[in-house]
Write a new protein. Sequence first.
Lengths: 165, 375
Amino acid sequence: MKFERFGLGIAKGLTVTIRNLFRHPTVSQYPEQRLNRSRRSRGNELIWSREKCTGCGTCAKTCPQGAIEIITSTNLAENKYEVEKYQVDTGYCIQCGLCIEACPYDALYMGYAIERAKYRRGDLVQSDDMLLESAERPASGYYHPEIARKLPRQTLLVERINEKR
Amino acid sequence: MALAALNNIGTQVCRQAVPPDWPGGFWWHWLFFTVVLIIFVLVMVMGVIYIERRGMGRMQSRLGPNRTGPFGLLQPVADAVKVLLKENIVPANADKLVHWLAPVVAFSPVLLIFAVVPFQNGALLADLNIGILYVVAVSSISTVGVFMAGWGSSNKYSLLGAMRNVAAVVSYEMPLVLAIVGVVLLAGSLSMNQIVLAQDIPFILLQPLGFLIFFIAGCAEINRSPFDLMEADSELTAGFHTEYSGMKFAMFYLVEYAEAVAIAAIITTLFLGGWRGPVLPPWLWFIVKVIIVFFVMVWTRTTLPRVRIDQLMSLAWKFLFPLALINLVVTAIEVLALPAALLWVLIIINFAILAALIPLWSKLFFKLGWGRLEV
């Protein structure tokens, strides 16, 4: 005779809810309370380094969306490519990270910031200096463990339930 | 000191049903208690909505509304303001008069119930000698309002929800009333005030089975989860109030929680000793007990999933109804044959009957189905 069918099951369920009542809720109040994201998270934007880029165009070839446009000219005096235009349409970007993995010179990073929404479609097309790393646009540790080491550790909801609210 | 002072004021104001020194005695009494009851119901409904939303949130590991005012205390006010400012839409094919009347017909009986609920010894609008019978009679009227809403909306979901409600109320009225009869047998009176005065120990100890039946049937009667079939949002959008908006929707919302408070108040009066309790003033004890009962309703609501319509009917007719009959017979035997028995012996007997009956009945007699499958 299983007593689960005669009310014991209901009693067990009731203990679960009452235990939840006296526990801290596992939610964070987003705009005020922020959790640290994964250090290897892939944010909204790409970070590009003008110094390291050689204009080889590997990133543009790897991009499955064709979101990267790169125009170079030949610098015969120094025997290298000059990047004239480096443009990413982040509206097409699917944050797959293939360009970062493909770049032979570590000139590309995923962005770590996630709150980079724009009001106009045109703002999503970023080029040249807009793509450089800045305080609002830190680089993510994706595919770059040396950057990941410097970023704050990820916080989980279960670790933050000691916070009183 | 403060408590004692409050207590004194309470007893002085509410000592007698008709204060002899008031000019026009009865009408002053009537005015005082009408105003107090309306304020009580509205304030309790707001408090109870707050308790439900916050408590339910915490039980589901959420926070619940916490933005409006300190701790989200003003959320019911914000909701009310929002709802009042909404457009009042009446469907083109609706039965306009019925559609308009339904919220009022649903709401007024709930207020009427509170007329006989004692807040303190003798502190009630009308100390009817048939108080509990009056409650039983009046509380079912709001079903008419709900059915009017379902019919008047000319919407299949509304009508289905309203029909489910009528079916549930008709079925659950039986065990509800039979559970009340057990209490009445013990108390020897139908007056709510006399029932409270008769409870030297709360009747929940002498009538555990009756309390369980009354609680379940009460929850089903006012359509709270897990019996909220008539507004099952996954099946019937919002049931009978699908076509209601603005103030009329607010009325139905009010009815829902006022009914919950009413059932909690009746359970408090019948089973938990009403306003009786140590230290605190009686009316505070009453409110505290009502809130505790309501909290248990919220607790079961968060825990249990909604039942199917056939399960709802089977539970009423095949489980609660026979158990209520057995409870009634047992209580009658106890009252007649063992009037001099020690209280604790009766308590043990009653709890033993509860513990034995529920597994036995559900094992041996309670079966779902047995009927036509296509129903």
